[in-house]
Design a protein around this ligand. Sequence first.
Ligand code: SAM
Length: 241
Amino acid sequence: MKPYYQTIAPDYARHRRIHAGVLDGLISTARLGPSSSVLELGCGTGNYLAALDEAAACQCWGIDPSEAMLAEARTTCPKARFSCALAESVAVPSDHFDLVFAVDVIHYIADRPQAFQECRRVLRANGNLCLVTDSPEIIRTREPLSTYFPETVEAELARYPSLVTLGEELRTAGFSDIAEAKVEYRGELADIEPYRAKVFSSLRLISQAAYERGLQRMESDLTSRPISCVSRYVMLCAKKS
Ligand SMILES: C[S@@+](CC[C@H](N)C(=O)[O-])C[C@H]1O[C@@H](n2cnc3c(N)ncnc32)[C@H](O)[C@@H]1O
């Protein structure tokens, strides 16, 4: 069987959108502008790089181990430079970037200390690293993911590293000025298709019965009322000292 991101790439590109609060946070943290260079680890279909290119006109680079995700990214953000690589071995120049960031990726990285060494290598002095991830509280209160598919909660808690662990690992790797910021977006679920297409990987971690139960409840509720949606992230940012 092909790995998840190799098969889901076109649906991911169709359905997943950037979080405006994350975009603003990246731009303000690293004071990005046309002379800035940014690298996204696990850039997926390139939606954040395309938004950064449009909003800040910075030089965009992305790496991802999935060729199918990168094929979408090359269309989404044609100006960016992409390579097929893991965060643990990024194969990009040293001392080059003002910002290295990763959104929804840290829980996939098998060797985080090695990845953080790579981040340090490729950042310029005083460059910024931003890890955009979920805390246990965010995982428990996701809407509608955790309300309609409660079985995702335990599966997700088991695979996400805690913020304390990440902070310690960053300090050990030589980062300083570690700071957390929360971003939140509230709205209403406009489209059930992303759930049908399973573009949220946690839906692959639960049983088919649990998935179908949640989807049926969602379909039924949507016929009588809107479903509220909350998208939250923690941005854990640090500086190369
Ligand atoms: C949830 S997607 C996030 C994509 C993009 N950052 C976004 O927010 O739309 C996770 C991405 O991480 C990539 N990935 C998985 N393991 C990785 C690793 N060790 N290093 C870098 N990226 C990885 C996957 O291929 C996938 O594209």
